[in-house]
Write a protein that binds this ligand. Structure first.
Ligand code: GLN
Length: 475
């Protein structure tokens, strides 16, 4: 399949028609999505109309933007005006937002054509897309395996060549981990670099939107298309966002790379040997390209998981209070009181993992436990940030596996704690607000793709793209 860059160049020059490109994309979806279930909703007619509009503007000599005619898919937790936005939850089934999120608007302005909304773990809570109320997504590389999560549908849509570009959200790894398991590139930008206006909140101090692509260059272009200050997101960064595209050809000469000891199986167990071996090879590849590579210890890394699984549920318990059958959510009427109605609505509307998170979060925030759990987790968060800041005085980027394992079978991690352990490498950057990218780097057990993670400091996207391009070439 053509990359996003190739598609946009072809459409802009008139060599390709946007209508044909979108038809191709819809054809692959029709062929494969009954099995894969990457999509919750496909908006074929809207996509055809949008593509025809792009073609006629190009025929009129207009510049339609850097993503001219590129078919895209969006995780079904991003508000799209008049198009179902469900978070893969029964409680929002059939809900059509009255507005487009900022990212949705920016992508349309860049010439991209929305073909549909992708499946996810309900409210983005999970690491395998098995928690969707509408059934799981399958990994296009092997349908007996999970695609990762929570943005499993977006990862699968790119891996199955349904679209060259999709977007997900990453609260604790939900872009990078499915990217790794499906063999695509996945970027979690700096917190505040991409507006979250119109992204349905899970954990507001952690959530970020970012792209899935088949190449590093596509990810750079996609990032630049959606990044930038937005007055409608109070956490948006007012400074200009660094250029990722300009960094692509810079090479690794002189780049200072630190390999995080704690995420290389020292101190944290459960890493597959192949995954560690590929990560070491990636470090060697950067060294061969002229980078200086050293191991570095970030001792607080091992507490990231515990801190995250208090902070994220705490924020979720507050964010999800709005689904009560009055403000939002499909109402179930039962009993004679408003309270009975709300209980019935939430009991019927939320799946087991969402309920678990709400209970964990409510508990962690309750009087008498707040200091011991939530307060302590916030102090751990500061320690993690301090460790990162100390490391970035010596290094431009850090390196680790993205996921401790390759794609796994359905049901293999059925107890919640085992599933949570999958996020050990990705969570620290969310807690710090730092950017990180997963790049496919060769294969591990069963010939399945391994993702290597490159982490950078605040607004360090240029450095991570520099390293990512080198790894892609070496892979
Ligand atoms: N797997 C993590 C969780 O379940 C991360 C999810 C995400 O990034 N949205 O919370």
């Amino acid at each position: 399949m053509r990359t996003a860059i190739e598609t946009a160049a072809g459409v802009a020059s008139g060599e390709l028609s946007a209508v044909d490109v979108v038809e191709e994309s819809l054809g692959v979806i029709a062929d494969r999505d009954d099995e894969i279930h990457a999509f919750n909703t496909v908006v074929a007619e809207r996509a055809r109309e949008a593509a025809a509009g792009i073609d006629s503007r190009i025929a009129n000599g207009e510049d339609v933007g850097p993503l001219a005619g590129v078919p895209i898919a969006l995780k079904d937790n991003m508000c799209t005006s008049g198009i179902d936005t469900t978070c893969s939850s029964r409680i929002l089934e059939g809900w059509k937002p009255p507005y487009d999120g900022t990212v949705v608007q920016k992508l349309a302005a860049a010439g991209a054509v929305l073909v549909g909304k992708t499946n996810l773990d309900e409210f983005a809570m999970g690491s395998s897309t098995e928690n969707s109320a509408f059934g799981p997504t399958r990994n296009p590389l092997d349908p007996s395996l999970v695609p990762g999560g929570s943005s499993g549908g977006s990862a699968a849509a790119v891996a199955a060549n349904m679209v060259p570009l999709s977007f997900g959200s990453d609260t604790g790894g939900s872009i990078r981990q499915p990217a790794a398991l499906c063999g695509t590139v996945g970027l979690k930008p700096t917190y505040g670099a991409v507006s979250r206006y119109g992204l349905i909140a899970f954990a507001s101090s952690l959530d970020q939107i970012g792209p899935f692509t088949s190449t590093v260059a596509d990810a750079a272009v996609a990032f630049e298309a959606v990044a930038g200050f937005d007055p409608r997101d109070s956490t948006s960064i007012p400074e200009p966002v660094p250029s990722a595209v300009d960094a692509l050809g810079a090479g690794a000469a002189g780049l200072r790379v630190g390999v995080i000891s704690e995420l290389m199986g020292e101190g944290i167990e459960g890493f597959e040997p192949d995954v560690l071996a590929r990560t070491r090879e990636a470090a060697d590849a950067l060294a061969a390209a002229g980078a200086t590579v050293e191991e570095v210890s970030l001792p607080s890394m091992i507490y990231g998981l515990s801190a995250y699984y208090l902070i994220a549920p705490a924020e979720a318990s507050s964010n999800l209070a709005r689904y009560d059958g009055v403000r939002y959510g499909n109402r179930v009427t039962e009993g004679s009181s408003t309270a009975d109605m709300m209980i019935a609505t939430r009991t019927a509307g939320f799946g087991p993992e969402v309920k678990r998170r709400i209970m964990l979060g409510t508990y962690a925030l309750s009087a008498g436990y707040y200091d011991a759990f939530y307060g302590k987790a916030q102090r751990v968060r500061t320690l993690i940030l301090n460790d990162f800041n100390a490391a970035y005085e010596k290094f431009d980027v850090l390196l680790s596996p993205t996921s401790p394992c390759v794609a796994f079978p359905f049901g293999a991690k059925s107890d919640p704690l085992t599933m949570y352990l999958n996020d050990v490498c990705t969570i620290p950057s969310n807690l710090a607000g730092h950017p990180a990218i997963s790049v496919p780097f060769r294969t591990g057990a069963g010939g399945l793709p391994v993702g290597v993670q490159i982490l950078g400091p605040l607004l360090g996207e240029a450095a991570i793209f520099r390293a990512a391009a080198v790894l892609e070439a070496a892979a």
